[in-house]
Write a protein that binds this ligand. Structure first.
Ligand code: WT7
Length: 645
């Protein structure tokens, strides 16, 4: 594969950026020419942000799996598409070549069809990080079913909500998953999620952990049996590949749920063609991927990073993607470095929280590990602090690897702002320059462009984007109005990201974090309202308020102020009860790090909780709490400060 659209110099970046803005249609059609289409587009882009209505590659037909698999077979059938590293280092590594991936995805597409899955049906995938998860995702895409992958850490209740929201009829899961020293009972969680459910027609179960599970007659089937059957069917018909469904460029490819400032997670919907072009383009350019490079993205496929940069980006580029089942600290904190050494990883893409966590173990876990294969490093998920950036640069990259700080969101489908490795300049803790096609704009509260620089020569404001790039979300599943109000109504004719940012004299952007009531905990987005709802479900809780505070590993920790009708004499019992409830309602990822019992919350006369004050107290601020004159009962804040954890 050659990537004619790979940017090779800073000068070319500026030229391509300009072209992409001056004539987006010409620019993106020349990129799109590099893919395989069943029918080409009539127009490159049609859009308005008012509805919003966004279409890329209008009326084109394609199947994304033909681009991720079939088109590589002529020249790369025996090249590794996926290298899988198991949780347990003693277990055998698996290498999935493009030919094998093709066979497995074809067979699994047949399995889906045999089980009644049709184009447009929603399929929930709740699995661990094993190659079969990739086959499941790509199998859905091949027959035109819409996949909705749910991260293995979400609770039965969260799954049930998501199943209902998207009217899901099919589930693919495993008996269990291995994560570090733990076995996660995935099928049992699914069974809990399905109590009382009347709409699920089929659950396909892959055996990973040999955990004892119950299989419900008429509903649950084994992956292995179904795959054997499909293999015989395909062989009997003399076909090795299941034909790829013809999809419209704008047909939804997947749904992925993400938190917002309201209680209920939103099902972000991505389209087929625009998402494909964007994940490929950003993968090839940001990471400066060269054929043969081993690319290791440490995210879970349950999050957007895994969708875009373990699967669709690397595979559409004919790349080799390393998929890791386990966690960075098991069996010890040297696991990532063992993997880099063992598989000769060239590009490592991870999160600041992982870097900070590994930093805390010192340099011993690095001893004897050969990291010389590394050429490029990347980070994603949250602002990276300078200390972590320098540690990554010095101890992992040995000061020889460019670091790309990639800013993007579930809704953006792929990277929007980042330096290009070794091509455009890096600046610690700055995401730097926008990708071609991306037009950021910093606005003030009233939506006016910020033009006045502060005393340091920086522009500061809320980050918006002026025009659509190919992978912008198309809607939120089942509720287009929600998509509009969430992203396109705060500021007229702009996509609002929810992030605050600054811009320097070189046009570099630094993302400072969310400006809404959304936390970023270990690179995972979670709304404070969602956590509060879960806490409030605990018997005895009257009211709660959740804010974020700086946490040295997680980036943001969850601080909950809780009013209870009655607290057990052993406070920790009440606390643990609340933690259990949050785990049941959302999942362990949403558990507060600190719970402070209070007798009242600071409120305005109109009854609004003043989180600004609570945030300051949680950060340890006691004096400059800002304007407290509008508080209903100003005195309660002294009690809250006294009780700070
Ligand atoms: C939010 C999106 C994109 C995949 C992972 C998270 C924050 C993400 C950066 C970065 C500063 C970042 C933003 C954004 N964020 N990357 N490089 N620098 N902040 O996806 O769960 O949709 O969260 O993560 O606040 O809005 P997500």
């Amino acid at each position: 594969m050659s990537y004619t659209y790979q940017i090779k110099s800073l000068e070319q970046y500026h030229i391509d950026y300009k072209k992409s803005i001056d004539d987006p249609a010409a620019f993106w059609s020349s990129v799109a020419e590099n893919f395989s289409w069943q029918k080409k587009w009539d127009r490159v882009v049609d859009w308005n942000f008012k509805d919003p209505k966004i279409e890329w590659f209008v009326n084109a037909k394609l199947n994304i799996t033909e681009n991720c698999i079939d088109r590589h077979l002529a020249t790369m059938a025996d090249k590794p598409a996926i290298i899988w590293e198991p949780n347990n280092p003693e277990e055998r590594t698996r290498t999935v070549t493009y030919a094998h991936l093709h066979k497995m995805v074809s067979q699994f597409s047949q399995v889906l069809k045999n089980n009644g899955v049709k184009k447009g049906d929603r399929v929930c995938i709740y699995m661990g990080m094993i190659p079969e998860l990739a086959y499941a995702v790509l199998g859905c895409a091949r027959i035109g079913a819409i996949h909705s992958v749910i991260f293995g850490g979400f609770s039965a209740q969260s799954i049930a909500d998501r199943l209902e929201d998207a009217a899901v009829e099919f589930i693919i899961t495993c008996d269990g998953a291995y994560r570090g020293g733990k076995d996660i009972p995935l099928k049992a969680v699914i069974d809990d999620a399905l109590i009382g459910n009347k709409t699920i027609k089929r659950v396909i179960v892959y055996t990973r952990t040999r955990t004892l599970i119950s299989m419900i007659k008429g509903r649950d089937v084994w992956w292995e049996d179904e795959m054997d059957h499909a293999e015989r069917q395909l062989e009997a018909n003399d076909i090795i590949n299941f034909p790829a469904e013809e999809m419209d460029a704008e047909d939804p490819l997947f749904i992925l749920y993400t938190s917002g400032s309201t209680g209920k997670p939103k099902g972000v919907v991505h389209s087929t063609a625009g998402y494909m072009v964007w994940t490929n383009y950003t993968f090839v350019n940001v990471f400066q991927y060269k054929p043969g490079d081993i690319f290791f993205c440490t995210a879970d496929i349950g999050w957007i990073t895994g969708h875009s940069y373990i699967l669709y980006g690397p595979l559409s580029a004919g790349g080799t993607s390393l998929m890791f089942e386990g966690i960075p600290t098991w069996p010890d904190a040297g696991r990532f470095w063992d993997i880099v050494d063992k598989h000769k990883v060239n590009i490592l893409y991870t999160a600041p929280t992982a870097i900070r966590s590994l930093m805390s173990y010192g340099l011993a876990p690095l001893e004897g590990k050969d990291l010389s294969s590394l050429k490029i490093l990347g980070t994603v998920g949250e602002p990276i602090n300078e200390e972590a950036w320098h540690w990554y640069d010095e101890h992992i990259g040995k000061k020889k690897c460019p670091i790309v700080d990639t800013w993007w969101q579930t809704e953006t489908g792929g990277i929007l702002i980042s330096n290009l490795a070794g091509i455009t300049p890096a600046k610690p803790s700055w995401a730097t320059l926008p990708m071609p096609g991306v037009q950021p704009l910093l606005v003030d509260e009233s939506g006016k462009e910020v033009i006045k620089k502060d005393e340091n020569g920086l522009l500061k404001g809320n980050m918006c984007i002026k025009a659509p790039w190919p992978a912008i979300l198309r809607t939120t599943y089942g509720d287009h109005e929600r998509c509009r109000t969430n992203y396109f109504s705060t500021y007229e004719n702009l996509y609002f990201t929810g992030d605050g940012a600054m811009k320097n004299e070189n046009g570099f952007y630094r993302i400072t974090g969310r400006v809404d009531d959304v936390l970023n905990v270990s690179g995972h987005r979670i709304g404070t309202a969602e956590i509060e709802n879960a806490i409030n479900m605990h018997a005895g809780v009257i009211e709660s308020a959740v804010v974020g505070y700086w946490h040295h590993i997680k980036g943001q920790g969850i601080y909950a102020y809780v009013i209870c009708s009655h607290i057990h004499s052993d406070e920790s019992l009440t606390q643990n009860g609340i933690l259990q409830t949050v785990t049941r309602i959302i999942g362990a990822i949403a558990k507060p790090d600190k719970i402070q019992f209070v007798t009242a919350l600071p409120k305005t006369r109109s009854g609004k909780i003043m989180r600004r004050i609570l945030r300051k107290i949680a950060e340890g601020e006691t004096n400059n709490l800002g304007d407290t004159t509008t508080l209903l009962e100003p005195d309660i804040i002294y009690d809250i400060i006294k009780g700070k954890l």
